[in-house]
Design a binder for this molecule. Structure first.
Ligand code: MTE
Ligand code: MO
Length: 248
């Protein structure tokens, strides 16, 4: 039986409230020094003891579900950058897609001592994490799926992230750009996911690699990843009208 996910007014209100809360937190982050990777390593200067405890406690993890909870999962926004009839069409992506992503690599650059390009095979060699989590779209729907991938923090450490780094910027084949701070980047559930429900990530869900940021609303979980730039500055999508930080 096919489960339907109705966009309910209640869910829309919850998503809206989460955005307002997120915006207040965002303003707080902006008005206080944003933690660098070095701050997080030292667990010192930028944080209070309570904040560190909250960060490290199990409560800081988003709820994880069981296989029985897995639901149907709508695809929204860009659903295929290889489709030449859509505005999101990207020629380079179309070529990679045609070749089943054999030539695809993820660029990792910026404030790292070992910038480089990682193939899917390279990413699969890292230890992986599997989690069943709920995605919350700002448009008011939620869905549950199982994701497997490499923790972003593991990759950043392998790339030699420098202690002054404050943000991670992401660039996608469909033109999406966004960024997260070091707390989210090193959150244990922040994954670069190559598997959804036990199968290679489907095209409509961001093949071959997407971000999963379980601490924030769905639009931070970028699909069709192309490039990661570690930096002291963040990129703001700006024109989207949504807050940069939208914790849930
Ligand atoms: N590159 C890219 N990432 C994206 C989007 C997109 O259109 N392009 N849409 C975002 C939004 S608003 C949501 S809700 C989720 C949708 O993911 P899904 O299509 O797998 O459900 O991806 C997010 N990441
Ligand atoms: Mo969304």
């Amino acid at each position: 039986m096919k489960k339907r996910h109705l966009i309910t007014r209640r869910n829309a209100l919850i998503a809206g409230a989460a955005s307002v809360g997120g915006y207040l937190l965002y303003r707080t982050i902006k008005s206080s020094p944003t933690p660098t990777y070095g701050n997080i390593l030292r667990m010192g200067d930028a944080f209070t003891y309570e904040a560190q405890r909250a960060l490290l406690s199990q409560k800081a993890l988003a709820k994880e579900y069981t296989k029985e909870d897995i639901s149907s999962f709508p695809a929204t926004g860009t659903t295929n950058p290889a489709d030449a009839t859509k505005p999101s069409y990207n020629k380079e992506y179309a070529a990679l897609h045609k070749n089943a992503f054999a030539d695809w690599t993820l660029q990792v650059e910026g404030s790292v001592s070992k910038p480089g390009a990682y193939s899917l095979g390279d990413l699969r060699k890292f230890s992986s994490r599997t989690q069943i989590t709920r995605h919350t779209c700002e448009e008011g729907w939620t869905a549950i799926a199982e994701w497997t991938g490499v923790q972003l923090g593991v990759l950043l450490q392998a790339a030699g992230i420098q202690s002054k780094a404050r943000f991670v910027n992401f660039y996608c084949y469909d033109g999406y750009i966004d960024s997260i701070d070091m707390l989210d980047a090193f959150h244990p559930q922040t994954l670069l996911a190559y598997t959804m429900n036990g199968k290679p990530l489907p095209t409509q869900h961001g093949a071959p690699l997407r971000l999963r940021v379980e601490t924030q609303i769905g639009y931070k979980s970028l699909k069709y990843l192309q490039r990661i730039v570690v930096t002291d500055e963040y990129v703001d999508p700006g024109d989207s009208g949504w807050a940069w930080y939208t914790g849930i």
